[in-house]
Write a protein that binds this ligand. Structure first.
Ligand code: ZN
Length: 83
């Protein structure tokens, strides 16, 4: 059996097939929703431009703010067993 013509990694589904099972699913999505729409969705969802990447990186760099004051009204739960 040969390898998938799309991903070129996985073996084909059937002896005379051209695609592996995963790529067949991608092709079926294209057949149902149209290849232009499928490509548009993949491009919008999977490909990030420089601005989008920078914003994502900055959002991860921001440290969470921890309040300095502790809440004095907190009482330990009385229902738990003490060890
Ligand atoms: Zn494939």
């Amino acid at each position: 059996m040969g390898y998938c013509k799309f991903c070129e990694k996985a073996p084909v589904e059937t002896w005379f097939g051209s695609f592996c099972s995963d790529c067949r699913k991608i092709k079926n999505l294209g057949n149902v929703y149209g290849f232009e729409r499928t490509l548009s969705i993949l491009t919008k969802c999977c490909i990030r431009d420089e601005d989008q990447l920078e914003r994502k990186i900055m959002s991860h760099k921001k440290l969470p703010t921890i309040p300095e004051e502790t809440d004095e009204s907190y009482e330990k739960p009385k229902t738990r067993k003490s060890k």
